[in-house]
Ligand binder design. Structure first.
Ligand SMILES: NC(=O)c1ccc[n+]([C@@H]2O[C@H](COP(=O)([O-])OP(=O)(O)OC[C@H]3O[C@@H](n4cnc5c(N)ncnc54)[C@H](O)[C@@H]3O)[C@@H](O)[C@H]2O)c1
Length: 380
């Protein structure tokens, strides 16, 4: 039996998935807030132990923790958990400083426990389908992509009475692309074997009326290890309909353009592809529904049960749990390992430096096992 402790109410987003796994049980729940604990208890089995202090929960007989507390808690709590011999699944982003990222890598290596990055957007059926189409060569060689995360979150940072939450400081109190993960993570699935080597970030300035320091949207250009280009846009303060995320992939043989995901989607907006192998009778290229290619979906998505799909995000909220539990059972690092977590998080942390230095290009360190000290640098 694998016993799980959840820290932070957001961790309940994977509860259904955990409950569907054989020989897995949530045995502990931790939240600083008594009210949040009481709310969580309504969804949990009656025998789940409750804790206000994370370190107290680590002393219980859990094998793994789901860390879903505010961003600035992720690395200190992940390190404490690894030191206590627990496996970790951490919410996004991985950490809030570059130093933290280096500590995190060192601790995962030292304590030999599983660390998985809970970047859930990569588990949607659309992202996985495009990945399989890339691997099958349908887009030829992918060389350009876009990912955007557009989500007006001002109300999560400043309460109606004017008081501020942690987001006002650790997200919208920062310059640059503070939240690159949901735009970059999915796109990186379509560039297998590549990593980000350099970034530069552009901003139209700070125009929000809540007195927050965050840019009114940022555009980050990322260069991959094969010289390809990825454009990220994050905007969490501009007033607009809730549109969430949107993606584009261009290759030598075709293009994928996603619908707007979220409530801001307009009627008729669908995920679409245009492939040179499927030109119209006149020889022109035209759009077709991505789902015409659903035969390429991984089997586990094609065969997903109603319960698995019901866990959320077309089954994604189940598959992320399945990958974590599988890694824990084998005591092997998952694909979304600590180095991936740190690379994607570093893109955001370095973007703050770039945007405050005239969009200067910065090198992204190559996060890898046993990084020598000279590689733990911020290269200009
Ligand atoms: N992957 C996603 O789609 C997604 C969506 C939303 C939030 N998140 C991430 O989840 C995390 C939490 O976000 P949220 O929206 O739930 O925040 P929130 O402020 O709504 O909730 C955070 C909870 O953590 C508790 N908490 C704070 N410090 C704690 C500590 N030291 N120990 C134990 N509990 C503590 C708070 O009491 C609160 O209940 C963030 O890192 C955020 O980036 C991810």
């Amino acid at each position: 039996m694998i016993k799980i402790g959840i820290a932070g109410a957001r961790g309940l987003s994977v509860l259904k998935g955990l409950q569907m796994m054989d020989d897995v049980k949530v045995t502990a729940m931790c939240d600083l807030s008594e009210a949040a604990l009481a709310d969580a208890a309504k969804k949990l089995d009656a025998d789940v132990k409750q804790y206000r202090v994370f370190e107290d929960m680590l002393e219980s007989e859990i094998d793994a923790v789901i860390i879903a507390t505010p961003m600035q808690c992720h690395v200190p709590q992940a390190i404490a958990a690894l030191e206590a011999g627990k496996h970790v699944m951490s919410e996004v982003t991985a950490g809030v400083t570059m130093d933290e990222l280096f500590w995190l890598c060192e601790c995962v290596e030292k304590y030999q426990k599983v660390y998985m990055y809970a970047e859930n957007y990569i588990f949607t059926p659309q992202v996985q389908l495009v990945k399989e189409m890339v691997l099958a060569g349908l887009f030829g060689e992918p060389y350009y992509a876009e990912g955007s995360y557009i989500h007006d979150c001002g109300a999560l940072a400043v309460r109606p009475d004017g008081s501020r939450t942690w987001r006002a400081y650790w997200q919208m109190g920062r310059r640059g692309n503070f939240y690159p993960t949901h735009s970059l993570g999915p796109v990186m699935q379509w560039f297998p074997g590549e990593h980000i080597t350099e970034i530069s970030t552009y901003s139209p300035g700070v125009w929000n009326e809540l007195g927050l320091k965050q840019d009114s949207g940022t555009t980050t250009m990322c260069r991959t290890s094969k010289g390809k280009l990825i454009q990220l846009r994050t905007d969490c303060l501009s007033p607009r309909p809730h549109s969430m995320d949107k993606y584009l992939l261009q290759g030598t043989k075709g293009i994928f353009e996603s619908a707007v995901y979220g409530k801001g989607r307009l009627a008729g907006d669908i995920d679409r592809v245009s492939l040179v192998t499927n030109k119209t009778e006149t020889g022109a290229m035209d759009w077709e529904d991505l789902m015409n290619y659903k035969a390429f979906l991984p089997d586990r998505y094609k065969n997903a049960s109603a319960d698995q799909i019901g866990a959320g995000h077309g089954g994604g909220d189940f598959f992320i749990v399945e990958e974590f539990i599988d890694a824990v059972r084998k005591n092997e690092q998952p694909a979304l390992d600590v180095y991936t977590a740190c690379e994607w998080t570093a893109v955001g942390l370095l973007s703050a430096l770039s945007v405050t230095n005239g969009s200067r290009t910065l090198e992204v360190p190559r996060f890898a096992p046993a990084m020598p000290l000279e590689d733990k640098r911020i290269g200009l």
